[in-house]
Write a protein that binds this ligand. Sequence first.
Ligand code: NAD
Length: 494
Amino acid sequence: MTIVETDTAQSTRESELLARIPDGLFIGGRWEAGTRDPIEVQDPATGRVIKRIANATPEDGVRALDAAAAAADAWAATAPRVRAEILRRAFDLLQERRDDFALLMTLEMGKPLAEANGEVTYGGEFLRWFSEEAVRISGRFGQNPEGTGTMVVSQRPVGPCYLITPWNFPLAMATRKIAPALAAGCTVVVKPAELTPLTTLFFAQLLADAGVPDGVVNVVQTSTAREVSAPIIADPRLRKLSFTGSTPVGRSLLAQAGQNVLRTSMELGGNAPFVVFDDADLDKAVEGAMLAKFRNIGQACTAANRFIVHESVADEFARRVTEKVEALRIGRGTDDGVTIGPLIDDRAVASMSTLVEDAVSRGARVLTGGSAPEGDGYFFEPTVLVDVQPDSDILREEIFGPILAITTFSTEDEAVTAANSTEYGLVGYVFTQDLARGQRMIDRVDTGMMGLNTGLVSNAAAPFGGVKQSGLGREGGLEGIHEYLSTKYTLIPA
Ligand code: NAD
């Protein structure tokens, strides 16, 4: 594979953009300087600090909730059409500012520019979709079975929400929560990941420009997520917690949310099986594998984690996929032709090395990659492992990096057992040309989402989410807005 020699100096365009990104906390429609040591945001391709921004204290978090609570009634009473048009304006502004958002994501998160552009498209679709959904919130009514009255079922906004997002999709994870919350009539406090907070701050500015009233969206980035989150979650004014992140943190937040019986949505980790049958179109399977594995440098909850390939095609699949992997170009995401950027930090790089060492010590073979290249930044070579043994950590843990680990199977039942042998259940991928077999796999693989002969399933119009320890609730689709609505039933006697 090629390592693209990169000019690590910041370009004028990058410096100008970074200078325009707000550096405060966004509370009640005002940008506030923080009172403690700033958060230093790094470019993972160089390890250099690119911006210093305000760092919220627990008191700042509670003030953000004060603002969200104060704005809640007026926003809930705002006409759905007005809410819809504000979201639509936000969508339009995002298209105008597309290049800035894409570059900013590449700078703070590392993904190649082409992928960052893809995320602007995907993330933006939640604004458009929920602008359309805002005016379609409906209920039902009818005579009760006894004939003594009318039952009216309506939907009300849940109330102030706390939204916690991860670093891997800095824009889309924010829009996927903020857009349905606002469409439903809820106000929000957003806590972006401390590693990639700049996109959320830039987006908060965009929302204000689109006409979102003061206090409806508040942003508190912090280096002490637990300390800032705990008082917000314990506050009786908070009515909903929506979290995207790792399963261990999700478990701890669920326990905290239990104290006040908060509504929760949890988009947690994944360990996606990618099953290739002997009748699969191998070119399609390889293409799907490259997308499902290497998009976002493997740092996606939907990333294929375990390649479960029929023994009769495993060698050929591994050969073809290795050829593609060797053609990838590693480098800073801003450079032309780069297809693999850096991982998010040095811990991620160390974790890749540990997973490879463990797999190899149990009998796996490295077909390509396997180590971190010399030089600046948090890079790890895209890697293909074959003969991965069932007891290897790499099959149990969420890899969250560019390692493609192949195991084999002989019967359909074995494939199902292997696919389901995880506590996660977010997404599964199946490649077969036999439609009946595809349907059986869709029924038997225990996940919230499936891709049949494709390596990418995400869509704003589809319900995204998992079963088992991958989470609770759905984002996007017709379902997404219901996470922010509560059902109210009224009886009107005849
Ligand atoms: P993480 O759990 O470490 O952090 C996620 C967010 O939670 C960050 O904002 C972080 O600051 C915050 N956080 C961490 N500890 C906290 C605490 N004790 N209290 C309150 N907030 C806390 O996850 P990450 O490393 O940022 O993201 C990667 C994980 O996210 C992976 O497991 C991935 O699968 C998952 N993810 C899931 C989805 C999905 O839709 N299912 C989407 C993207 C990422």
